[in-house]
Design a binder for this molecule. Structure first.
Ligand code: Z5A
Length: 207
């Protein structure tokens, strides 16, 4: 049994990650690929509890270091109990956000040291890295408008426009540093065009 593929979806708020994760799920299922769809922070009972704490707007002020460590605590559970077992049994894993989000939000948004993120990435993930990352990119204003239609904002969604500009810049830097793995797709084009481009970047993995 060959190991499954690990695909992550990334991007700022409202760029269409959830929409396109669902699209890829149907696309791969139609090709008889057995897969697990999951998300971060989250994906296990404990990690979902950590997610609720991290997104809670009414929480006490969360120290940046605590936020970073909670993200990686949730990730450690997720990898051990969901991602690694699925890949080992040959399933593909489609994950809505992963460690590029930490580089973007805690690195870019919160200005935390990249060397600390790298250290935690190596500790928690060992050699595990996605086979493919789809980075959906759109101007912050467009993403915020799309996300705003959903109603109440969580702790991250309540951040400033500057925060999201910093997040976007950090994501684009990640794509520049990892051009083989991260495929940058313009998310401010019609959904059908976004999805055709996603099919194109998926096709090498399907061969
Ligand atoms: N976070 C972190 O800080 N560090 C980490 O390491 C990790 C996460 C892993 C939770 O993320 C928060 O955790 C996140 C960062 C932080 N906070 N923020 N902000 P999340 O993934 O749950 O939350 P999110 O980014 O807010 O996701 P979202 O708002 O649900 O956006 P989305 O999934 O990218 O968008 P969508 O729901 O698919 O689409 C939004 C709307 O746009 C919807 O009505 C669609 O129909 C529409 N849409 C989508 N594509 C198009 C196109 N092409 N045209 C027109 N309309 C479209």
């Amino acid at each position: 049994m060959s190991r499954g593929k690990f695909i992550t979806f990334e991007g700022g708020e409202g760029v269409g990650k959830t929409t396109n994760v669902a699209f890829v799920e149907s696309y791969l299922q139609a090709r008889n690929i057995s897969l697990v769809v999951t998300r971060e922070p989250g994906g296990t009972k404990l990690a979902e509890k950590l997610r609720a704490l991290l997104l809670d707007k009414k929480s006490e002020a969360i120290a940046e270091e605590a936020e970073l460590l909670l993200m990686f605590a949730a990730r450690a559970q997720h990898i051990k109990h969901v991602i690694e077992p699925a890949l080992a049994r040959g399933d593909w894993v489609i994950c809505d956000r992963f460690t590029d989000a930490t580089y973007a939000y805690q690195g870019g948004g919160r200005n935390m040291k990249i060397s600390h993120i790298e250290w935690l990435e190596n500790l928690v993930q060992g050699n595990l890295r996605p086979d493919l990352t789809v980075l959906l990119d759109a101007p912050v204003k467009i993403g915020m408008e799309r996300a705003g239609k959903r109603g109440a904002f969580d702790r991250f969604e309540s951040e400033t426009v500057q925060f999201f500009e910093d997040v976007r810049r950090a994501y684009l830097l990640q794509a520049e540093i990892n051009p083989q793995r991260i495929k940058l797709i313009k998310a401010n084009q019609p959904l059908a065009d976004v999805q055709q481009t996603i099919i194109n970047v998926l096709s090498p993995l399907l061969r």
